[in-house]
Design a binder for this molecule. Sequence first.
Ligand SMILES: NC(=O)c1ccc[n+]([C@@H]2O[C@H](COP(=O)([O-])OP(=O)(O)OC[C@H]3O[C@@H](n4cnc5c(N)ncnc54)[C@H](O)[C@@H]3O)[C@@H](O)[C@H]2O)c1
Length: 433
Amino acid sequence: MSFVKKSIDNNKFKNLSICVLGLGYVGLPLVIEFSKKFRVIGYDKNKNRIKSLKKGIDFNNDINFKINKNISFTSNKIDIKNCKVFIIAVPTPIKKNFHPDLNPIKSASETVGKIIKKGDIVIFESTVYPGCTENDCVPIISHFSSLTPNSDFFYGYSPERINPGDKKHTLVKIKKVVSASNTKTLNFISSLYGSIIKAGIYKAKTIRIAEAAKVIENTQRDLNIAFMNELSKIFFHLDIDTKEVLKAANTKWNFLNFKPGLVGGHCIGVDPYYLTHISKKNGYMPSFVISGRTINNNMPTFIVGRILRLLKKNKINRKINAFIAGLTFKEDVSDLRNSKVFEIINLLLKKNIKVTIFDPLIDKSDLPHHCKKLFKDNIFYKKLNTDIFILAVSHKNMLNKINNNINDIKFNNKNLILVDLTSKLSVKADITF
Ligand SMILES: NC(=O)c1ccc[n+]([C@@H]2O[C@H](COP(=O)([O-])OP(=O)(O)OC[C@H]3O[C@@H](n4cnc5c(N)ncnc54)[C@H](O)[C@@H]3O)[C@@H](O)[C@H]2O)c1
């Protein structure tokens, strides 16, 4: 522990080199911020990602960065073997059966296990369930290194809380929760992050507490949105405008300002399954959390059901066209992962509706194969020819253009069914949440 002790005692991290494993939405900003103070090596198993990062290009379009002399990128384990601190920020997705897929985090733990040395520190940032760091990951590092945890090497957990597309709450402006295998390591990790985070550090009492805190932050959001989605179904059946109800209810000081909507992406719709998994494994069936997930997962079916009902009501039975604007899992990001818009597309296609899709922020090559031919690179809103117009995601620029042209779109398509899943259209839609 001499390295850690020296660093803490002198409150200096001279000659410290950090390795960040996994250079996605979470890992890359860490590399950039830490490189302002330390030498940082970004390691990713994806060679194409490394190639583009070396040129200063982030294909996620999430961050503008310039390579400085403190940064290097690699996909070769040998290059990271002299690092003292390893920060793991790899994905923690779910499998088709909604169980946690720990393969990436286990594989990153194996990588670290093969090169870690006595006195080194490993910090996990990926979102996991309570107990995952100590029960699933650290034993792998120990196995491959033949080193004893908390004696030969030390570890901690510090969850990332960034919000994709949010330029205000960036890494350094969000309070950082840290936790560790012992007090010295906790102080070290706390000072390390404290050197870059402006919003302050919170020392959690245990690693399991820090893991649990992260996973419930996103589960809380998922459940609040699920409640709104349930309300939108109730009010649809009562023929009441949900948006107006929420507007009225929001005038109370303690009414929480959530809105109904599609829940996709890499975090909110995924993390609750980590919690339900570990809860079930330990003998408690978390039916409230599961129920929230079910409601949110069923929203595409609810929306398409309403579109079909309206088509039937309007007695439209010719070949129908639908145009969908916005494909990503949320506004102002290019991330298509787990976007619920694809479920809407598939449900419409199943009903033999001809679908055209558009999103100015995405790269066509990232689309699922069957959607590539539905994609339009460019559109001229005024000239749109469609029976159904669905605003699925409200990217700022696209939304402005749609709102500027919405009256022409309505005028040119006489029996248009207007669907607004964002509550941001400037005119009243036929279908909203
Ligand atoms: N995206 C977010 O806004 C966000 C916010 C908070 C927390 N998180 C959590 O942070 C973690 C990372 O998420 P992300 O969005 O940055 O993921 P990402 O998919 O954007 O990036 C992960 C990177 O890790 C690489 N990778 C995968 N397996 C690897 C391995 N074994 N070794 C080295 N590199 C490997 C991938 O190639 C990829 O470049 C997840 O647990 C996620 O839940 C994400």
